[in-house]
Design a protein around this ligand. Sequence first.
Ligand code: MGD
Ligand code: MGD
Ligand code: SF4
Ligand code: MO
Length: 746
Amino acid sequence: MPGVADMDAERVASAEPLPRPPKAVETRKVLCASCDIACNVVAEVSEGRVLKVRASDNPMFRDNICMKGIAAPNGFAHADRVHVPLRRVGARGSNEWEQVSWEDAMADIGQRLGAVIETHGPEAWAVSTSQWNTGTDHGLGRRVMNHIGSPNWISGVALCAGNTAAINRLSYGWFPMADFGNTRCIVLFGHNPMRHSWTPIYNNIKRAQQRGARLIVLDPRRSEQAEAADIWLPLRAGTDAAMCMGWLKVILDEERFDKNFVEQWTVGFDELRSRVNEYPLERVAEITGCDANMIRRAARIYASEGPSIIPWTPITDMQRNSTSAIRLHSILRAVCGYLDVPGGEVLHGFNPDIVPESSIEMHEALPEAQKAKQLGADTHPAFTYRGQARLREHTKRVWGHEYANQVTGCFMANPSATFRAMAGVGAYPVKAFFVLGNNPLMSYANMPLILKALMNQDLIVVHEQFKTPTAQLADYILPADSWLERPWLTDGFGWTSIYRPSQQAVEPPGECKSTFEFWKLLAAALDRAEVVPWPTLEDFYDYRLKATGMNWREFSETQEVFFRAPEFKKYEKTGFATPSGKVELSSSILEDLGFDPLPYFRDDPAPDPAFPLMMFTGVRENEYFQTGHRHIPELRARRPEPFLFVSPATAGACGVVQDEWVEVANRTGKISIKVAVRDDMPDGLVRIPHGWWKPEMPQGAGKLSGALQYADAQLCPDDEDFLDREQGIPHMKGIPCRINKVAGLI
Ligand SMILES: Nc1nc2c(c(=O)[nH]1)N[C@H]1C(S)=C(S)[C@@H](COP(=O)(O)OP(=O)(O)OC[C@H]3O[C@@H](n4cnc5c(=O)[nH]c(N)nc54)[C@H](O)[C@@H]3O)O[C@H]1N2
Ligand SMILES: Nc1nc2c(c(=O)[nH]1)N[C@H]1C(S)=C(S)[C@@H](COP(=O)(O)OP(=O)(O)OC[C@H]3O[C@@H](n4cnc5c(=O)[nH]c(N)nc54)[C@H](O)[C@@H]3O)O[C@H]1N2
Ligand code: SF4
Ligand SMILES: [Mo]
């Protein structure tokens, strides 16, 4: 990043001088949750205070630690942290608050939520949670909602991994995990882990390369991983599905697939073959803008020099052709024989020793009539109950439980449909909205709609550490604890069967409480205390761990990574958890739902002369996780402002220069941003960073700490042309826009 000096993360740790020499320093084994990858780290603690967070000696994590993990204690000790429950006193968004007790807050919340339910039905209550939070409430949120009767739960996982999990299940009944340790070829569809961005995945890729594994990167931009790759295919943004079609064309034409596996374990191969024949390499080269010979070379290596992996990537989670692209990844894995083999992609299943979060959620408690009301299920059903419940008996047969809510993305409402209902233009009204560790105003598409939706609520409750732009519009802000202040048992997002414990390092400050306590108090406030019967989080963990023969204390003290050695090709005994028991190359569920059962590529809408450039949101910033962390001085100092990336030629054509403040606009909205001219960008493409607001700027409606001015969600459309058909998730990788020059500084 121009203008931002590189700096060793270790120096961040020493930024805060210690007031006096500490007494005895103790260590705690903790899982960092400053992003959603949950590294094992060590917290050094003295006198009830965390002095330092450092890398653990676990081989997976010992090489390095990212700067967000190191800076976390300063972030949590920051003066902006919310320590007590706050109740709105002026009009919504007036930013006038009074301090209340948890007791009064929860009594009033219970009563007001009860009134909304009484008037509009339980479906008028929607909940939005974050990526990481879905793992820290352990399914209790869904459990309470299921007992109260609301199916309208949404999360960032609709745009990131949760939806991939749901779509993978349509093909082979479980979302597989890439075996980096034994693979011979890694294919990254836009995914770009770096030293300070998902450090463990970055390390996995580097180690595999050191062992001799190949790396193929598909990215419109010459990313850091592209620079390290054996082959880089600079595809046009949003064309990943077409690229996969090209790979399949090569693999099928040249008979490079696993014939035995295809014959015995798949259905729909002939139909797939005729669909793939609609995509000759010349057509794929034209759509993707890549050289046909390079496409052929990459496909050959993937298929013939494996076992290969296509690790999960969020890039195909956020495209107009998301369902097809994700299905094509699963089809490539299957036909090349890389499913459930060492070095390929492993179907973990549940860990039989621990009660899974999918069971805690108790989806069976939600009546079918309420499931049918899930928002978005009628038009975009793929990850809603309507799409996923068709797998129930098959999931039970193979994996032992009816509901496998992998990455919590398998029984979700559609976010856009939910915000429309909240804004009063949906099938029915949603009038109460609860937010846990998420900043939804900025974390989905179409921010102008979300703002209307929030302003139209009777009750908004936000459980947070900070007064985010979303929290500024709430009725209640309830103070949340942090990952250093609570115990945690993580289950690898229900994706893997690996469980890891995190010890509590210190007490939460002020009146901060955990997500567990929030749901327990809410259940009681709704007269349903029996739904969360465990007195404490530790009791709850004791219950879940019973079959291990250990209680939480023993488990957290003795275990670091708890798993059973993987078995491979389990499908030979059980079949796959799909209606046919095989890998569904042609999806019977998509067909039943009225969609094309085969993957396809749907091109962009006709060009819009008013908006001749294309933008994508992404390229994660080392210093921040999503919309968070901008209050932490040592991180903010490294990257004080949001930057777009643009090629020298495009900057020239727009008449803009390095460090100039400009406006980026399209039919959804506009933002202010600084220019970074980068030769790693292709011409005509603009990168917009995700999640910018400035905690130091004025708060309250009309201001929202700069969110209205800087957030990428202002530019992300969610009308049908920009939604994936089957899931209804927004296209964020190729949105028309233009760059406007502005006079002076903004
Ligand atoms: N427009 C747009 N939307 C996107 C994306 C995009 O690029 N553009 N990216 C998508 C992706 S990849 C993802 S993963 C999701 C991410 O979505 P989320 O994971 O929901 O991330 P944020 O929206 O930044 O909200 C996280 C909030 O949690 C708070 N928080 C942190 N720790 C705790 C805690 O222990 N307890 C509680 N209660 N709160 C806590 C933070 O202060 C922060 O405000 O967003 C998706 N949405
Ligand atoms: N420091 C830090 N680390 C993080 C996060 C963070 O906020 N901060 N967030 C975490 C989370 S939740 C996620 S999901 C990951 C996301 O991290 P990544 O998976 O690495 O995703 P991005 O960084 O958004 O973009 C990666 C690459 O995708 C390319 N790209 C853009 N459009 C397309 C396209 O249409 N097709 C293809 N093939 N490539 C395209 C971009 O040029 C970019 O180089 O990062 C995680 N790590
Ligand atoms: S990558 Fe960084 S922020 Fe994410 S879990 Fe690891 S140490 Fe924490
Ligand atoms: Mo993500």
